[in-house]
Design a binder for this molecule. Sequence first.
Ligand code: 5GP
Ligand code: MG
Length: 179
Amino acid sequence: MEEIRGRRLTLLIGEDEIKRRVRELGDRIAVEFRDAGEFVVVGLLKGAFVFTADLIREIDLPLKVDFLWVSSYGQSMESAGTIKVLKDLETDIEDRDVLLVDDILDTGTTLKEIHAFLLMKNPRRLKTCVLLDKKGRRKVDFEADYVGFEVPNRFLVGYGLDWGELGRNLSGVYAVEDQ
Ligand code: 5GP
Ligand code: MG
């Protein structure tokens, strides 16, 4: 697949590079969460499901996995700004160590709100991991604790990220060209 809906795709981060980086992140997280007991990895649907699936297999610790689904972009390429919880957690995270996992940090609006939403559930510790970070786009004061790659301000698809639900199954991360 080299295009979606007639728009060309340019490879930004290949499968092997992602695999290496996910392994590094998993190793670091395993060191920092080694005293956490059974901690909870919270993946954000849908974009982070691929990254979450790979990341947990690189963390050699007893952990639980849950998913949170909040309203997202839909067909548009711009963020809406406020979140609506479509599917809440099934796991009780009170007094638990929690790792929140998302695909990409852009303006920061979404993740900042989700972070605040999870804090209301009184976890013992809450850390955030994102695969991609568009640092130059930040509009609110929020940074992730673990970042896979810093990426330019382009619209990206692949490895779980979609454009109108297409492109999630690409093994690498691609930029969607204007034409
Ligand atoms: P923020 O609230 O940080 O602006 O938006 C974060 C969310 O916007 C991400 O979780 C993701 O769903 C979406 N997003 C931001 N940039 C991109 C992008 O380049 N490609 C895709 N597919 N989604 C993006
Ligand atoms: Mg998202």
